[in-house]
Structure formats: C-alpha cells, structure tokens
Write a protein that binds this ligand. Structure first.
Ligand SMILES: O=C(CO)COP(=O)(O)O
Length: 259
C-alpha cells in the first residue's frame, strides 16, 4: 500500500531527570520555540518523571499548548494494594496522552517480562492512553545476528491478544539497547532493517491496513545531527529521544527536523 501518511512523532523520554521546576522551564522553552504549525505537522511529546506530570499539565492546559505529555510507566493493575504503582486512570486524569511500556531499562532493572509488558499495554489502552511499546535487542543478540527475530518476538509478546483496531492505537519504538545512551546510533539502514521487519510482521499478524497505520519510532542516541537521515527511511515515523530531549534547543531542532 503506497503513500500512507503517518504523522511524525518526536517523544522525549526524560528518564529520571529534571524536577518539577526544571520540567516547567523546559516545556516553556519548547513552547516558545515551536510554532503551532510545526506542532500540528509533527506531534511532539515529553515524558517526564511522574512527579513532574501535574506541573506540566497545569502549564499545558493553562496556556493551551499543543505539546503533548505522558509517563514512562503504568501499572498493569487498575487500583488497590500495589505500593508505588501508578494506574492508567491516574495518568488519564492528569491528561497524559502517551506512556512508554517495556522500555529496555525497565525490562533490565525491573525484570519486566513480555507478559507484564502486554498487560501494561492493555492497561494503557483501557485508559485511552497511547502506549509506546519499546522493543529492541542487546549487543549479544545483535552480534549473533538474531536481532530481527528477537525484536519481533518482543513485538508479538507486547501485542498479544489485541485486536487490529487496538494495535492501530499503539506506537512501537525500536530501541536497540546497545545504542541507548552510548552515542552509538544504529545506522539509518540498520534501523530501517528492523523497523521494516516490524511493519512486515504487523502486516502478517494484523493485516496490511493496520500495519500501514501504526507509527514506528527509532530510539538510541538520536540527536538533531542524525535525525534527518533516520527520518528519511521509509518505515520510520519518528524518534524516542533520551539525552537530547533534556536540552530545549536540541529537542526543538529535533522536532523541526521531524518532517
Ligand atoms: O532510551 C532512549 C529513549 O527511550 C534513548 O536514550 P538516548 O537518546 O539517551 O540514547
């Protein structure tokens, strides 16, 4: 199917950085630097720590900013005795549009399995929040040449039990673990290889029209200096940006280059 227009998405995953005052300052700078037209063409989102979200909400609502925001994790449970967890309903109440699910740092440091990631994807959809399902291989898997099959298994695991209509609401982010925070970016061709395979797998499992509708992002050492070459690949619809999203000027340049 040719010429399907997917709106580019640039999402800044702040990880465990910036307090709520710093969050306000950064979002204000982004809003000052990006025009409404740019934000209509490229969807721009920030994903701050939980403790910043209320402040970001107040700013975005108060000034009717077009910048979207979300969270970095969501509980698989709806409510109850789950100490430390944050539910989808709580995030929805704060106006979150997105939540990353299954980020490699959560898979690695919090032992998140594909089954848990799948439950979190469903929790997000149940609260009308777009899950950004993160997949991607470590260096050992890449060196064995098994990166495509490994990533597709994470994709299938994360989407298990969803209907094609639900899958269309999911954003997938391919983030090879060896490229995160290391300064080593996958080449645009490496990223396209896996992201093209993700789209082909979606076509096989969900049907061609769903596969064409799903946005697939690349993440891993994305900066203003390399984003254009990444975005030039046919199947890449945006970027999930870590370090470079903490700098307002750099993230602004990234959003502008997102088309
Ligand atoms: O993990 C990432 C985004 O989720 C990528 O982080 P860096 O952009 O810092 O490599």
């Amino acid at each position: 199917m040719a010429d399907v227009k997917r709106r580019p998405l640039m999402a800044g995953n702040w990880k465990m950085n910036l307090n709520h005052l710093e969050a306000i300052a950064l979002v204000q700078k982004l809003a000052f630097s990006l025009t409404e037209k740019q934000l209509e063409e490229v969807e721009a989102a920030v994903l701050p720590p939980f403790t910043d979200i209320r402040s970001v909400q107040t700013l975005v609502d108060g000034d009717r900013l077009l910048i979207k925001y979300g969270a970095q994790d969501i509980s698989a449970h709806a409510s109850g005795a789950y100490t430390g967890e944050i539910s989808g309903a709580m995030l929805a109440k704060l106006g979150c549009s997105f939540v990353t699910v299954g980020h490699s740092e959560r898979r690695q440091y919090h032992a998140e399995s594909d089954a848990l990631v799948n439950a979190k994807v469903k929790a997000a959809l149940g609260s009308d929040i777009t899950p950004i399902l993160c997949v991607g291989e470590g260096l050992d898997i890449r060196e064995k040449g098994e990166h495509v099959e490994y990533t597709l298994a994470q994709l299938d695991g994360g989407l298990a039990g969803l209907t094609p209509a639900q899958v269309e609401k999911v954003v997938v982010a391919y983030e090879p673990v060896w490229a995160i925070g290391t300064g080593k970016t996958a080449t645009p061709e490496d990223a396209q290889e896996v992201i093209g395979a993700i789209r082909a797998q979606l076509a096989k499992t969900q049907g061609e029209s769903t596969a064409q509708a799903v946005r697939v992002l690349y993440g891993g050492s994305v900066k203003a200096g390399n984003v254009a070459a990444i975005m030039a690949q046919p199947d890449i619809d945006g970027a999930l940006v870590g370090g470079a999203s903490l700098d307002a000027d750099e993230f602004t340049r990234l959003v502008r280059l997102g088309l």
